[in-house]
Each structure stands twice: as structure tokens, then as C-alpha cells.
Write a protein that binds this ligand. Structure first.
Ligand code: GAL
Length: 357
């Protein structure tokens, strides 16, 4: 449909400029402004998410306002309000604190601006329309699955010591990751095969505010100085690469050789962490292709703005406290030293030179 329209424009442009019409000069359809509110540049993935959406919206004829809020909720609220004031036709929001946007989203609803919750579910409001994300429970299952595999638990052995880290408690995803991981790990803990020697097992205790690697580093250092003063930690569940790098710093500063670290998981396939995987320091990460997530969000917005219906594949899993939010779930991919070349390099996410192998 759009292509047909664009072709029509080319003909029109040629007609207006005589035979010298240049297709490159043909204006893209002007579909208006889309506001893209991203949480932070601290984690490189959000930079990729933002850039991918700007490029894809541009191809469809949308202007974009891409804003990063530096992990500051008040700033994110004011950025979103500004987008509404600027006449945005739709909003795509990667929330910092998923519970703090109720007021500004009431303003969006009053202005009839549809909202896509991007990667993280916005909670406590009826004023979100769709949710684009990865299968968050499965992310946790993949992380824990790697621990089970790396410790060869299926073949017996153990007990092994394990410590648990979760993400930011105000991010709905963090609970899904943790619950997914615990669905795999809990039976081994119950059987005494995995021993969380610190005794710190509740989500609230192991959560890491703002996904901050420094916060995780401090907690790991505390555990090493206390619980692990005289014993080795064999595995650490980490929900995100930035947290894993903090944990690795605490471990190496605490006397663990970089070549003999515990089994470590992660998420996002951040370049610095993929280098650690190639070097055999971090065992695993979960790759979520942000180019695909951007496509899903762009597709949703374009359908809403042009009177179509966004594609979804889940209408049950994500209740935000007020309603079930229609969702499109993408599939995460577990990445280790065995497959990072194929998945990340052959898949065009990084070049071999970037990884340095
Ligand atoms: C989560 C997201 C993860 C990771 C984390 C820290 O919400 O799903 O992929 O990026 O935030 O930024």
C-alpha cells in the first residue's frame, strides 16, 4: 500500500520536474511525529534500540523525537509530556520505573496519543495500547539452563554453591527473568544440589537497583568477604551483562583468576561482555536482537496511525495490574563461546574485528 503510494509520488515528481525528475528528491509521505522515550544510555542496547527505530520510522515517513532520560524518572515524564505537547502521533516508551508514568499517560490518552510499551511493561495504567518485548520468562530459563548445563547437574555431582542476582525491582522484566531462572534452579536448590550459601534467595534481597553494575559489585564483594571467605562460589546467576561485569570485577579483586571464574550468565550480548565470553571469562549471555524489536514497535505504531491493527502473538501473559496488554513476544537466543560467532558475527550484529577475535 505504502509502496504503491510512493510510486505514485515518483510519477508526480517526474511530471512536475519534467524529465529531469530525481527519485531521490521525492518526499517520503509525511506521517507526523513519533516520540521515542528511552531510559538511559548507560546500557548500549538502548542506544541501538533508539537508532534502529529512528531509521525504520524515517523510511516510513515519520519524524521522530528520540530522548534518553538518564535513568531519571522525573526527566522521563517531562520528556514524554513534551512529546505530547509537540503533537506526537504515537509514543514508544522504554520505561525507567514502570509504575511512575500514570499521570503523563493520562495526558497522552486525553490527547488521543497511542502508547507502545517498549521492552519493559508499563504498569498501573489503562493508557497503554500494546507491548513489544522478548519472552522475558524464557530469558531466565535460558540463563539458569546454562548454569545447569555448565555444572553438568543432569549427570549428578555437586553440591555446588550458587549466588543469585536479579535486576531492578521497579522493572517488570526483572521479576520475569528471576521467576524464569528460579523455575529451573529451585528444584536443584530444594534437593541440596545447589546451595545458595548466603541464604539470600528472595527477589527483594537479590534485586539490583537500576541494573547498576556498581551496586552488584558491592554486593558480590560483601558475599565474598563473608559467606565465601573460606569457600568458593561455583556459579552466579546474573540477569544482565552490566551486572555480570560488576560481579567479575568483585571476583577478580577478591582473588579469583580471570581464567577460573564461577559459571556466569548475562543478558543483552553487550560488546564488552561478548569479548569476555570469547576470552572464556563470562560463560553465557542472552542475545535479543534489538533490530527486530524495533521493527515490531514500528509496525505497531504504523498500524495504529494508519488505521490498521498491530500484530500480536500473546494476549495473556502480561497483565499490568489494570489490564492484559496485547503483546508481541520475540524469542531470545542463548549465546556462549560455542555459538557467538555464528549468532552474532554471521548474524551481522557485530563484526569479528569489533569482538577482537
Ligand atoms: C531490561 C531489559 C534487559 C536489559 C536491562 C538493563 O529491562 O529487558 O534487556 O537491557 O533492562 O538495561
Amino acid at each position: 500500500m505504502i509502496r504503491k503510494w510512493a510510486a505514485g509520488l515518483v510519477v508526480l515528481a517526474l511530471g512536475l520536474t519534467g524529465c529531469g525528475g530525481d527519485a531521490a528528491e521525492v518526499a517520503a509521505p509525511d506521517r507526523g511525529l513519533v516520540g521515542i522515550a528511552m531510559p538511559t544510555k548507560q546500557s548500549p542496547r538502548w542506544i541501538g534500540d533508539g537508532e534502529n527505530m529512528v531509521a525504520q520510522f524515517g523510511l516510513l515517513g515519520y519524524d521522530t523525537s528520540l530522548q534518553y532520560a538518564d535513568d531519571d524518572t522525573a526527566l522521563q515524564v517531562s520528556q514524554i509530556q513534551q512529546m505530547i505537547d509537540d503533537g506526537a502521533k504515537a509514543l514508544v516508551i522504554g520505561a525507567i520505573d514502570g509504575t511512575k508514568l500514570t499521570g503523563v499517560l493520562a495526558a497522552a490518552a486525553a490527547a488521543k496519543v497511542p502508547v507502545i510499551s517498549y521492552d519493559r511493561l508499563i504498569r498501573g495504567t489503562e493508557n497503554i495500547d500494546y507491548y513489544a518485548t522478548f519472552d522475558n520468562f524464557k530469558v531466565g530459563v535460558q540463563q539458569a539452563g546454562y548454569i545447569v548445563q555448565a555444572l553438568r547437574l543432569a549427570r549428578g555431582g555437586g553440591p555446588y554453591t550458587l549466588e543469585l542476582f536479579a535486576g531492578s525491582a521497579d522493572d517488570n522484566n526483572a521479576t520475569f527473568f528471576f521467576n524464569g531462572a528460579m523455575s529451573v534452579l529451585q528444584p536443584y536448590i530444594n534437593d541440596g544440589i545447589l546451595d545458595v550459601a548466603s541464604g539470600e534467595t528472595s527477589f527483594a534481597t537479590v534485586a539490583t537497583q537500576r541494573w547498576d553494575g556498581k551496586v552488584a559489585k558491592e554486593r558480590m564483594a560483601r558475599l565474598l568477604a563473608g559467606t565465601y571467605a573460606d569457600e568458593r562460589v561455583d556459579a552466579v546467576l546474573s540477569p544482565y551483562d552490566g551486572i555480570t561485569r560488576g560481579i567479575i570485577e568483585a571476583l577478580t579483586e577478591g582473588g579469583y583468576a580471570p581464567t577460573a571464574l564461577p559459571v556466569l550468565t548475562g543478558q543483552d550480548a553487550e560488546l564488552d561482555s561478548v569479548k569476555l565470553i570469547a576470552a572464556g571469562q563470562q560463560g553465557q549471555t542472552v542475545y535479543k536482537d534489538t533490530r527486530e524489536l524495533a521493527k515490531v514497535a514500528v509496525q505497531m505504531v504504523n498500524a495504529l496511525v494508519t488505521g490498521g491493527e498491530p500484530m500480536v502473538n500473546d494476549t495473556k501473559q502480561y497483565n499490568n495490574g489494570v489490564k492484559d496488554v496485547p503483546t508481541f513476544l520475540l524469542q531470545p537466543v542463548t549465546v556462549t563461546k560455542d555459538n557467538y560467532q555464528r549468532v552474532l558475527v554471521d548474524g551481522g550484529y557485530y563484526t569479528a574485528a569489533e569482538i577482537g577475535v
